[in-house]
Design a protein around this ligand. Structure first.
Ligand code: SF4
Ligand code: SF4
Length: 166
């Protein structure tokens, strides 16, 4: 499904699109605080394509069949990373709550799938300011930190939708 803003100017390519700033800047702000909220919660899917599965297996120093067996399962949406039940909810199997005190970080950060890499610039979050604000209620990194230009956001969305099609 192609994003609806191709050939048009989306809401986040307007000055101060979220109303959080009044500098005339275009684009959206986001810097991850490493709270881990997006890697836990209710049970869900962390989908990846074949190339990403190979990269994660290589990063762990194991072969792909072992990776699939130990860390993934089949879902109606495709192959997903498994989760572990913790006191916080269903943590992604690679969420590491020990490495950085007080933080929850991705144990495979450099090799995480596009689904994770492209958050929060997902088509569903960019549908409208209301959708963006709704997502920001669970992600404290949104509307703060680094300003991502409209062009960067467009490229990120293309990458996300491409990966989800793969
Ligand atoms: S919820 Fe947002 S701030 Fe927290 S870890 Fe995920 S991306 Fe980072
Ligand atoms: S792969 Fe990493 S970033 Fe993605 S859900 Fe798991 S812990 Fe979070």
């Amino acid at each position: 499904m192609s994003p609806g803003w191709i050939g048009s100017s989306p809401w986040w390519d307007k000055p101060d699109p979220t109303g959080e700033t009044s500098t005339g800047e275009r684009g959206l702000r986001f810097t991850c605080t490493m709270c881990g909220h997006c890697c836990t919660g209710p049970t869900g899917y962390v989908l990846f394509n074949d190339e990403e599965g190979d990269a994660m297996a290589r990063a762990l120093g194991i072969l792909r069949p072992e990776f699939d067996e130990r860390f993934t399962h089949d879902t109606p949406a495709g192959r997903s990373l498994i989760e572990r039940r913790t006191g916080f909810g269903y943590d992604c199997v690679f969420l590491d709550r020990e490495k950085v005190p007080g933080k929850a970080v991705c144990g495979l950060y450099e090799h995480r799938p596009a689904q994770c890499r492209t958050w929060p610039f997902w088509t569903e979050n960019l549908r409208s300011p209301r959708h963006w604000k709704a997502a920001a209620r669970t992600c404290p990194g949104m509307d703060t930190g680094t300003l991502h230009s409209p062009e960067t956001i467009r490229l990120t969305v293309e990458r996300d939708t491409g990966a989800r099609r793969a």
